[in-house]
Design a protein around this ligand. Structure first.
Ligand code: IVH
Length: 712
């Protein structure tokens, strides 16, 4: 009971007259709360109670739309809103999808799933196929059938709380009948072409901001601090997935979609069950044909394994499910003129040529730059040494065909030689770094020319800093690419390496010209920045490893290493001990599933290079690096153990066994060493079994393993 309203009574169970009374009471209480909040020093009810009452009011209005009051609290603008969106940690991570670009990628997807599950070529394996909506994903949390929270995807772990805004979307039910006690429904918020055109027309009429495409318009509309603005924007929602559910909602993906539709969600009418790759491809072509007339943007077709028990067995890679893939449509194309070629120097010293183009619209977005990859690419030579564009080179002044697919940087597909100006000359790729003039060399077998300046090259240093503050790395609020670049060049702030970010406040206090007195800064913004930096001293190991920007180690690699070594000290010690190509530390490192020799050598080289290491150590000294929490493996008999599989497994494939062991908190290694706790040896086990016996490592067979983990 809050302020005389009993929130435990389901709104739809009330009769009309009680509902009218309760709505009147709610209007009263909430109006009073608003006045108190804005006018008095002491608000009469807590924010949480206020939110709960407001939610109940909305649910009640949804159940009795005819009783909605003229002075409904849902329509009140100026209710307590924060100056930004609150953060919501997703109960179940919101993942992205791996991509398929051609038919072969789709048959490979099916092959890999069969291989993982140990299914023969002829075993039945059904999929669903549905359009990939080009909008932004949203997670809706229902408790006891009432919408209590809506959150954007954010970085997949944590999103933004956009509950009030989501409530204004007509496609999103406020209440659900007969739903599990906890249910998170996920789907895509999007805008139709017609609504997008009308919105842009309205915006430009009143001199407001227009949007480049419907997706930007949808995102901009959902992320409004004032929900009255969102309410005025025509947003739509398709449900296609779910997060946490207190009880399973179906046995099949297709069944779950039917259930979502039964609860009142819009689901995509082009969703279909397909018996295998050829049916998937057939449905893909059908959707592709209808694409232009759908009235909203889609950028591909998503395939998902239909059987949810199989989805569970297949599980996830670090950021994508194994049981789904997005088959993208081919990119859109446009012709324009190549005005010039600039060279950018990346954080690992790579000299990347960038095409400067006469601006041209490709798929609704204005493109004025495109990547040219490397010098061979400009010359008409592909990655494998074979000709591309039938060997035609690219010259400044040429007419080129540009394409983009999804969010990827635009690329150049072709060149029209009939339009080549007479004075166009072959492009001469620089052999010195344009930023620090150090020699730029190309190593044997590498298509990329790299600056040899290392830490003395300002371009590399700035790019390293930009990477360091990027979203998947330190993600410091108020410190983006623009700021680190300015701080790098500012002689007083002198942020030359990541550690300098963490000494900035101390150094600024001693400086005569303070940050707060600079253009674009003030007392509050400077104090906020120092606070935001301090907040990131405590940081998970995965982020630290990724932030180092080591060549060949991406987010996935960083996550794998963090999971394996568990703490910074273990990692650093192992890298100190490691020798490239030999010894126990090398074997241990390259034995990790997902770590190849190239990445291993790159990590070791960086960690052992004295100047690089000094910079890394200076950073670590400023941080409180959080060890990797073991996965939630309560009661798991193998949590924290290192296990090795060898020989033939008969009950599941090697890949599935590995994934299962990792989910139970075990580390799976490819080679036996003194650190191995258990060797699981199937028939045909050879040298690994012998080595385990020599080292006294416990060796068991597959059945004993399944007994141990309770899967027998
Ligand atoms: S399923 C665990 N189905 O595509 C996978 N996603 O590239 C859950 N998207 O973040 C996603 N249409 O925003 C799925 N029919 C569809 C989709 C879809 C659009 C978006 C979604 C996701 C992104 C991944």
């Amino acid at each position: 009971m809050i302020a005389g309203v009993d929130l435990s009574v389901a709104p739809e169970s009330l009769d009309q007259s009680t509902a009218t009374t309760v709505l009147a009471r709610l209007a009263d209480v909430l109006a009073q709360a608003n006045t108190d909040y804005h006018g008095a020093d002491a608000p009469t009810i807590s924010d949480a109670d206020y939110d709960a009452l407001k939610r109940y009011n909305a649910a009640l209005e949804a159940a009795f739309p005819n009783l909605k009051r003229k002075d409904s609290p849902s329509d009140v603008v100026g209710a307590p809103v924060s100056d930004g969106f609150g953060k919501v940690k997703h109960a179940v991570r919101m993942l992205s999808l791996a991509n398929a670009f051609d038919d072969e990628d789709v048959t490979d997807f099916d092959d890999q799933i069969r291989k993982f599950l140990g299914l023969g070529d002829d075993a039945p394996l059904a999929y669903t196929a549905e359009p990939k909506i080009d909008g932004l994903s949203l997670s809706l949390r229902y408790e006891q059938g009432i919408l209590v929270q809506a959150a954007t995807r954010g970085d997949g772990e944590t999103g933004e709380n956009v509950t009030e805004n989501a409530r204004t979307i007509a496609d999103i039910p406020q209440t659900l009948k007969d739903a599990p006690a906890v249910l998170e429904v996920r789907g895509e918020v999007y805008m139709s072409h017609a609504d997008f055109d009308a919105l842009n027309a309205r915006q430009s009429e009143k001199g407001g901001k227009t949007f480049a495409n419907p997706r930007n318009a949808a995102a901009g509309s959902l992320r409004q601090l004032d929900s009255a603005i969102t309410a005025a924007r025509p947003l739509l929602f398709f449900a296609y997935a779910w997060g946490e559910t207190s009880t399973p909602i179906a046995d099949l993906q297709s069944g779950a979609i039917e259930q979502l539709a039964a609860w009142g969600f819009s689901t995509n009418p082009l969703t279909q069950i397909c018996a295998g790759p050829s049916a998937l491809l057939q449905h893909y072509r059908k959707i592709e044909q209808q694409r232009a007339s759908l009235g909203y943007d889609i950028d591909g077709v998503v395939y998902k394994v239909d059987d949810l028990a199989l989805q569970r067995r297949l599980g996830f890679r670090s950021t994508t499910p194994r049981w789904a893939i997005a088959h993208k449509f081919p990119a859109e194309l446009a012709w324009t003129r190549l005005k010039g070629i600039d060279i950018q120097v990346g954080r690992t010293g790579a000299l990347s040529p960038v095409a400067r183009l006469d601006p041209v619209t490709v798929g609704g977005v204005v493109v004025s730059n495109a990547t040219l990859h490397n010098e061979d690419y400009i010359r008409g030579i592909g990655g494998n040494g074979a000709p591309i564009r039938e060997g035609r080179d690219l010259r400044v002044g040429d007419w080129v065909q540009v394409y983009r697919a999804g969010d990827v940087i635009p690329k150049i597909k072709d060149v029209d030689l009939s339009k080549r100006p007479d004075d166009a000359v072959p492009y001469l790729f620089p052999d010195h770094c344009p930023e620090c003039q150090s020699a730029a060399i190309r190593e044997e077998g590498d298509a990329i020319r790299r600056c040899t300046g290392g830490l003395i090259c300002p371009a590399q240093a700035v790019e390293k800093l930009k990477h360091f503050v990027s979203r998947a790395a330190f993600d410091i609020e108020g410190l983006g690419a623009k700021q680190v670049e300015a701080f790098y060049h500012d002689p007083d702030l002198a942020v030359k390496q990541p550690a300098d970010i963490f000494t900035l406040a101390r150094r600024d206090a001693a400086n005569l010209t303070k940050l707060k007195n600079r253009d674009g800064w003030g007392d509050t913004s400077a104090a906020n920045l120092f606070q935001a930096i301090d907040d990131k001293r405590k940081i998970p190991l995965t982020r630290v490893l990724f932030s180092l920007g080591i060549r060949h180690m991406g987010e996935n690699g960083a996550a794998i290493l963090a999971r394996h070594y568990g703490s910074w000290d273990h990692f650093a010690q192992a890298m100190d001990n490691a020798k490239i190509g030999q010894g126990a530390s090398w074997d241990d490192l390259t034995g990790i599933d997902g770590v190849g020799a190239v990445m291993a050598a790159s990590v070791i080289t960086t960690m052992q290079q004295p100047a690089e290491r000094a910079s890394i150590d200076a950073l670590i000294a400023e941080l409180d690096v959080q060890d990797v929490a073991a996965p939630a493996t309560d009661g798991s008999p193998v949590a924290g153990k290192t296990v090795v599989f060898t020989g033939t497994l008969e009950k599941m494939t090697r890949a599935e066994a590995k994934a299962r062991a990792e989910a139970l908190g075990a580390k799976v290694s490819g080679s036996v060493s003194a650190k191995t706790d258990i060797l699981i040896a199937g028939p045909g086990a050879g040298s690994k079994a012998k080595k385990a016996a020599d080292l006294g490592v416990e060796t068991i067979d597959e059945d004993a393993w399944l007994d141990l983990i309770g899967d027998a």
